[in-house]
Design a protein around this ligand. Structure first.
Ligand SMILES: [Zn+2]
Ligand SMILES: [Zn+2]
Length: 359
């Protein structure tokens, strides 16, 4: 079988199971380039929701073009036979737990860095379970620590209902594909930020994506080692809880929110919330119209800074606003990790300079 037909075969087989597919570059694993009309380098960005290209069957806007339509998928691979199928997590109702095995050293503050949002020194777990830094070499080690802490006696039930699709990546990492929990909106949570599930363990959900199981990039093949795409199990309850903790906008940060004026009446907090939401909506539109990658990053930073100045007047949490800003950044074409970093740091800067709304 040629490379070309293998990619298309995988894409069609997964699409038939309801997995939303779109083409990735085999080298960078990023989406294929937009058409000229949708190219943010030469054209003002526009609303993805109303972009004619996607309706016309183009692959513009990456994950946002993902589809289960076999005719569209076949046409894409006819045009780009070497493309690698990517899977849009949220539309496919999947969650990808992405366990990394290489990269940076364990940070010095490993009592708080191993499981972001959890201070191991305050947990009912013996120091022996985590004190030895050399015991943590990959994301598997940190995820197993989380399982030990939150997963009870049998953290990884082996019955069919809990069976993930397990994939070994070319770099030796592991992908666990699970069915997404119902009734909750998830976002990605990356190991490079405070929001990871565990050190070197990312959550890909919502508008984030992963390389399709079985697909081959220039780095190698994403090999299925257990489970089947046709029957993906759900996460054990403790893991669902932890994924919601780090990857849902309903999540409330464990670090105390910056103090809000106690005199703020509900009415004025509502007014502040409406005002900030209006600012974010306007910023969203402006960012899509902004030309050039650097320009968009600067505009996102300015928007996040302004939001940071206003958040104390609202009923929104930092997490709500960072999620919203990150989504705005991603929708305008900024890399997801970059968007979240900009949102988080600029929001924090803005919070140091609280603004007031003039009546
Ligand atoms: Zn477009
Ligand atoms: Zn286009």
């Amino acid at each position: 079988m040629t490379q070309r037909s293998a990619s298309l075969t995988i894409a069609l087989a997964l699409a038939q199971l309801g997995w939303h597919v779109f083409p990735l570059s085999p080298g960078t694993k990023g989406p294929l380039a937009n058409c000229k009309r949708c190219d943010p380098k030469t054209q003002p960005a526009h609303q993805i929701e109303t972009c004619a290209c996607i309706a016309d069957g183009a692959w513009c806007h990456g994950v946002r073009a993902a589809t289960t339509d076999p005719a569209r998928i076949t046409a894409w691979w006819r045009r780009a036979p070497h493309a690698v199928p990517g899977i849009a997590a949220g539309p496919s109702r999947l969650v990808l737990i992405d366990i990394d095995t290489h990269g940076e050293e364990l940070p010095d503050n490993h009592a708080t860095a191993l499981l972001p949002g959890i201070d191991l020194r305050t947990e009912l777990i013996g120091e022996a379970a985590w004190r030895d830094r050399s015991a943590f070499r990959t994301g598997r080690d940190s995820l197993n620590l989380l399982a030990r802490l939150r997963g009870g006696r049998n953290p990884w039930p082996s019955d069919a209902a809990h069976q993930p699709l397990v994939v070994t990546t070319p770099s030796g990492g592991t992908h666990l594909w699970y069915r997404a929990p119902e009734g909750v909106t998830l976002h990605q949570a990356l190991a490079s930020t405070r929001r990871a599930l565990a050190w070197k363990v990312d959550v890909k959900a919502g508008w984030s994506y992963g390389v399709a199981p079985g697909a081959t990039t220039t780095a190698g093949t994403y090999t299925i080692t257990s489970g089947t795409p046709a029957s993906i199990g759900h996460m054990p309850d403790w893991l669902t809880g932890e994924v919601i903790r780090v990857a849902s906008s309903e999540h409330r940060d464990t670090t105390p929110a910056p103090t809000r004026a106690t005199a703020t009446s509900t009415a004025s907090a509502d007014r502040g919330t409406r005002y900030l939401l209006a600012v974010l909506n306007r910023g969203d539109t402006q960012l899509r119209e902004q030309r050039g990658k650097e320009g968009r990053k600067q505009r996102l930073a300015a928007l996040a800074y302004q939001a940071g100045g206003l958040i104390h007047l609202t009923t929104l949490t930092e997490r709500d606003v960072i999620d919203r800003l990150t989504d705005t950044g991603i929708a305008s074409g900024i890399n997801a990790k970059k968007a979240e970093n900009i949102a988080r740091s600029s929001l924090a800067n803005g919070q140091r300079r609280p603004l007031t709304i003039r009546s």
